[in-house]
Design a protein around this ligand. Structure first.
Ligand code: ATP
Ligand code: MG
Length: 279
């Protein structure tokens, strides 16, 4: 039997590849370059659920923005299906940390917006809208405005708006970060079901190691800034996984311990600098 954490199998052509990617930003003085991403190499395989964890500020959102074509690497390449990503990448769906629904549009109008912009005809828009609303459990709220929805419902709507145009690659940037613990578990459960049903390729950034283990096929651990890949750990726990009582799942604790051992060495204690000794 496989151990819960062994190197992932490389059976299919990668969907998304980072090859020797470096990204720098000008530092606040504008004189020097601040290196955020340091020669990152990893591949996300087709149909897999990949989680990315790393200390705060290490460059996780920067990586997703490069995959979305919103930022270019300073050197190195990001490829999707073997083709270099240059300019806005329209074949991905990006779920940002904040839901960002348009307040003047109803739930259904918000969700169908990507199809409207793509000139999909009204009949198909309506049928895909109905399907996706049912899949994320928002039936009955179609004509509500965002301010009439809870935070969890807005998050569901944001995910539905991404799934409706069936992107071949879904990038999620700490999508459940702002939710309360119970809503978060429900959303994790829904997401793993949706992913099994749709068979999408998902890259999911999170701070939460338990969430990463419960959702992912493999977890990429980044070092602190400038980020490099510390480990790429495969999670072989059976699916569907019990997000409500993970510690009862056989193999979960072992997976958590291995991940935590790699992750904790990258945490920097926040606090005052040790004062210099004076003679
Ligand atoms: N446009 C920018 N200009 C200058 N510096 C930037 C820019 N975008 C990000 N940075 C810097 O790059 C570093 C990484 O930022 P990024 O948002 O990718 O981190 P992160 O890992 O997503 O952090 P968090 O876990 O807090 O969301 C930070 O030090 C940030 O200040
Ligand atoms: Mg971020």
């Amino acid at each position: 039997m496989n151990s819960p954490l062994t190197p992932p199998r490389r059976s299919q052509a990668p969907r998304l590849e980072f090859c020797e990617v470096v990204r720098e930003f000008p530092d606040p003085s504008g004189k020097m370059a601040l290196r955020v991403i340091d020669k990152i190499d990893f591949a996300v395989e087709q149909g897999r659920f990949t989680a990315i964890v790393g200390p705060s500020g290490c460059g996780k959102s920067t990586l997703l923005q490069m995959a979305a074509g919103l930022l270019a690497p300073t050197t190195g390449t990001v490829r999707q299906n073997g083709r270099r990503i240059e300019g806005l990448n329209r074949s991905i769906g990006l779920v940002p940390q904040q839901a960002k629904l348009l307040p003047w549009k109803t739930l259904i109008e918000n969700i169908e917006l990507p199809l409207l912009l793509a000139h999909v005809d009204p009949g198909e828009r309506e049928s895909r809208g109905r399907d996706i609303i049912a899949a994320v459990g928002l039936e009955g709220f179609e004509n509500h405005y965002p301010h009439q929805l809870s935070g969890g419902m807005q998050k569901r709507a944001s995910i539905a708006r991404t799934l409706i145009y069936r992107p071949e690659l879904i990038l999620m940037d700490e999508p459940f970060g702002a939710l309360d613990a119970q809503t978060r578990m429900l959303m994790q459960d829904d997401l793993q079901r949706l992913w099994s049903r749709e068979g999408a390729t998902i890259v999911f950034v999170t701070h939460d190691l338990t969430e990463a283990i419960l959702l992912a096929d493999n977890v990429i651990v980044l070092s602190r800034r400038p980020a490099s890949v510390k480990a790429d750990l495969a999670i072989h726990l059976p699916r569907p996984r019990d997000v409500f009582e993970p510690f009862r799942t056989k193999g979960f604790t072992e997976a958590y311990d291995r991940l935590w051992t790699v992750f904790k060495s990258e945490l920097r204690r926040v606090g005052p600098e040790k004062p210099e000794r004076t003679p």
